[in-house]
Design a protein. Structure first.
Length: 426
């Protein structure tokens, strides 16, 4: 909905709104927010809300108070799980410096730039998401454990599937945000679930994913559970993927998935996928998922399985390599930039990868990065990445990831490192 600032102020006055959450993502894709009293909002629309650099994991070196939040009125929604009298609303924010210039760390602006790049070529892209997550029990102090909520498997039904009622509650709450779930079910792992939601404009799709993760975590907590979006929370069990469904449009009309333009778009993504993997799969744990079972390994596409980077079906193309730990604004932006390059250069899509790759023909196919170190190296040396991610932001993000990799390498227990750093946060 294209609300104006005045529309928001009127809504707040008419609906007994007491608090406003000003929300944004840090460089790592973690949701952050500042709560204000509703009567402060008019001033915040005009002057912004100053925040300190400590809010931004993954980047630093901003002067204190130099970043300001400016709410985007089109993103206004009431938080449905909060009280309806004296209610709480949330808006996503643009990030700007005190002098009015755009902050380099604003992923929403980066994604908007990617949309504009496609638009100049005469195209647009809508995105739908299939996102996996695990539900774990909490201990008596409310801290997450690694005990799955159930031991059900793929598409199992209640009562074996204990997550059915929670998924339904999540879906009802998502509808309050204007997000339309298309299906939900139990996934392969114990306590693992998947909810699919419908397509949206790329920027709104990234907003939707952040809202989805926040909703899942909030409803899980209300039910005494912990929801984890860690890519591989359990050894010897299925990892959690973020499947990015893309549909290319020209003049507002969806293009057939087998059209020349869509094939060039997908060829552009495959051409750059290794260089941007760091931003689609940002943690050491992401590569534990790559090295297990059905996760993609080779750079290519297919029509029948999710084992390849891209699956092409009758009506859509799905990028399978991303995981829920990514910052969706940056991840989606780089996918769109890569696809736009494919369109501009009229890239040709290679033949599909066979369902079974044998030792004899394995050398014919390039693989995704094997670990975080390789992904960092590819991104650090990528002229493509440097072209689109602002230099200060990129330098600090790479440095952060290199330090993280060093700490991971020095850890006496890799499992404890991942548990301490990620399990309770992602």
């Amino acid at each position: 909905m294209n609300r104006t600032e005045q529309d928001v102020l009127d809504f707040i006055q008419e609906n007994d709104v007491k608090f406003v959450k000003l929300a944004f993502c840090d460089a790592l894709g973690n949701l952050k927010n500042v709560s204000i009293f509703a009567d402060q909002l008019e001033s915040i629309f005009e002057k912004g809300m100053p925040i300190e650099e400590e809010a931004f994991d993954g980047i630093a070196s901003y002067e204190r108070g130099d970043i300001r939040l400016y709410p985007d009125p089109s993103t206004l929604h009431v938080l449905p799980w909060r009280p309806q009298h004296g209610s709480v609303v949330r808006m996503y924010c643009h990030l700007m410096h005190a002098d009015g210039t755009i902050a380099e760390c604003d992923g929403r602006v980066l994604l908007k730039n990617a949309q504009d790049r496609l638009s100049k070529l005469g195209y647009s892209c809508i995105i739908g998401s299939d996102c996996d997550f695990y539900l774990f029990e909490q201990d008596e102090k409310g801290k997450p454990t690694n005990i799955p909520f159930d031991n059900a498997g793929y598409l199992d039904a209640a009562p074996l599937d204990k997550g059915e009622n929670i998924r339904r509650e999540i879906c009802f709450n998502l509808e309050s945000f204007g997000i339309k779930p298309s299906s939900s079910h139990h996934e392969k792992g114990p306590g693992q679930n998947e909810i699919k939601f419908n397509y949206n404009d790329a920027l709104l799709a990234a907003d939707d994913l952040i809202t989805f993760k926040s909703t899942v975590k909030s409803i899980a907590a209300i039910n005494g559970l912990y929801a984890s979006f860690l890519p591989k929370p359990l050894d010897n069990e299925e990892g959690s993927a973020l499947r990015v469904n893309v549909q290319l449009k020209k003049n507002g009309e969806k293009l057939d998935v087998n059209s020349k333009e869509v094939k060039s778009f997908l060829a552009g993504i495959l051409n750059r996928i290794a260089e941007i993997t760091l931003f689609l799969n940002p943690t050491p744990n992401s590569y534990d998922r790559f090295n297990y079972a059905t996760a993609p390994k080779y750079i290519g596409w297919a029509t029948s399985k999710f084992h390849q980077v891209i699956k092409v079906s009758a009506h859509k193309a799905t990028i399978n390599s991303a995981d829920p730990a990514c910052n969706p604004y940056v991840a989606y932006a780089l996918l769109l930039f890569a696809g736009a390059e494919g369109l501009e250069k009229n890239m040709q899509l290679t033949d599909p990868v066979p369902e079974i790759i044998t030792t004899a023909n394995e050398m014919n196919y390039k693989a995704l990065p094997l670990d975080l170190g390789e992904a960092i190296k590819l991104a650090k040396n990528s002229e493509f990445v440097k072209m689109y991610i602002p230099s200060k932001h990129l330098t600090q993000y790479i440095e952060y990831k290199e330090n993280e990799l060093e700490d991971y390498g020095m850890a006496t227990s890799k499992e404890k490192f991942l548990n301490d750093k990620y399990f309770g946060r992602i």
